[in-house]
Ligand binder design. Structure first.
Ligand code: PLP
Length: 404
């Protein structure tokens, strides 16, 4: 008997871990030295976690055998509330916080509780594809609003406005952005909040990179600009504490409680259905959120993440026909390959050939919701030597194309 996947599965893909990763794994098995720049996992590149966070998880094991409250341990939710207070979001209580097995799980919960078939969600393009896939899986319709490379990858507000319809239920803001590294300024966020208010949209603010900022740029939490809107803010330990394997994330619901009561009841039901998030990881959250985030040492002067961002950007932009908006946050670069220089018309083919010939794995831009075949994403996480090697191989690959 043939077993077919559901119709909704054929709507979605997740190219960051797509077929090219399988090929990369096969090449590694065959003894090739593959440089994998596809996944934003700092731990995999030796950007180690704070010792106190690891110690808190180690110490927690003995006490973490039982399920916790469905929303998560009160002490961990309290720590999340305090952390947002430090960032200027002062209206939360622990009841507003849902802990999850990473932001990934909470994204699905937030959308499942909101969407009916055909409801639309505005998602930035390029996107972090989880939002697009999770929307489609619930039967919703992802609608992409363009970000403008010429404007440092700020959202195109005219395009965004034009895409609001009477089916639009929510708008997703990813700030700092994956894949572009853009950090959206206050005025842009205020404009989005105004639009959301006028059209009655729920705001979903994925701010998982909010502590990973360069060059003194300011990050403004969306919820502080939208006190009158139902706003869900997403964060977690994966990036700021470099423990993505812990699967420790959270979602904080702010805004008018009365208006959100029915939706929140839906979230509560979904939270109970997954019983609870990983309890060992939850127990690390209070230790992780105590004091100033140590990741600032890595993103400030002399810090590893800053130096790698700089090195990556400088090396990429020296390659003929490659340009790149300098990332101001997160740890990705989203370079452009000038089609007139390299003649690339199929970015998936480009990524495939780069892997096959030079053993470097990147993600093609169209796999991240970008409508043209002229971009790719790479992480800026490898240490200097590995970055040099990877970008050197990319340069060699593109030079060979020039010679054709
Ligand atoms: N949101 C964004 C923008 C991300 O880049 C990622 C992971 O790369 C996630 C969410 C998922 O994070 P988590 O590890 O908390 O599931």
């Amino acid at each position: 008997m043939e077993v077919l996947r559901s119709a909704s599965m054929s709507e979605i893909s997740y190219e960051i871990r797509g077929p090219l990763l399988q090929l990369a794994t096969q090449l590694e098995r065959d003894g090739e030295d593959v440089i994998k720049l596809n996944i934003g996992d700092p731990a995999a590149f030796g950007v180690t976690a704070p010792e106190e966070v690891l110690a808190a998880a180690r110490d927690a094991v003995g006490d973490a055998a039982a399920y916790s409250e469905a929303q998560g341990l009160p002490a961990a939710r309290e720590a999340v509330v305090r952390d947002y207070e430090r960032k200027g979001l002062r209206t939360l209580t622990p009841d507003d916080v849902y802990l999850g097995n990473g932001v990934s799980e909470l994204t699905s919960m937030a959308l499942q509780a909101l969407l009916d078939p055909g409801d639309e969600v505005l998602i930035p393009a390029p996107d972090y594809p989880l939002w697009t896939a999770a929307t489609a899986l619930t039967g919703g319709r992802p609608v992409h609003y363009l970000c403008d490379e010429q404007a440092g990858w700020q959202p195109d507000l005219t395009d965004l406005t034009a895409k609001i319809t009477d089916r639009t239920k929510a708008i997703v803001v990813i700030n700092p952005n994956n894949p572009t590294g853009a950090v959206w300024p206050r005025e842009v966020l205020e404009h989005i909040a105004t639009l959301a208010g006028v059209h009655g949209l729920v705001v979903m603010a994925d701010e998982i990179y909010d502590e990973i900022l360069y060059d003194g740029v300011e990050h403004v939490p969306m919820a502080t600009l939208a006190p009158d809107l139902v706003c869900l803010t997403f964060g977690g330990l994966s990036k700021r504490c470099r423990v993505p394997g812990f699967r420790a994330g959270w979602m904080a619901v702010s805004g008018p409680r009365g208006a959100a009561a029915d939706y929140v009841a839906g979230l509560d039901t979904l939270a109970t259905m997954r019983l609870c998030p990983n309890v060992v990881a939850q127990r690390a959250i209070p230790a992780a959120l105590r004091g100033r985030p140590d990741v600032h040492r890595l993103t400030g002067p002399g810090g590893r993440l800053l130096e790698q961002r700089d090195r990556c950007w400088e090396m990429l932009t020296k390659i003929e026909g490659v340009s790149c908006v300098k990332p101001r946050g997160a740890f990705y670069a989203f370079p452009r390959l000038d089609p007139r220089v390299h003649g690339i018309s199929d970015d998936a083919r480009f990524a495939y050939e780069l892997l096959e010939r030079e053993k470097v794995l990147v993600v093609q831009g169209t796999g991240l919701g970008w409508p043209r075949h002229d971009h790719f994403r790479m992480v800026t996480l490898p240490p200097a030597g590995e970055l040099d090697e990877a970008i050197g191989r990319l340069g060699r690959f593109l030079d060979r194309r020039l010679a054709l």
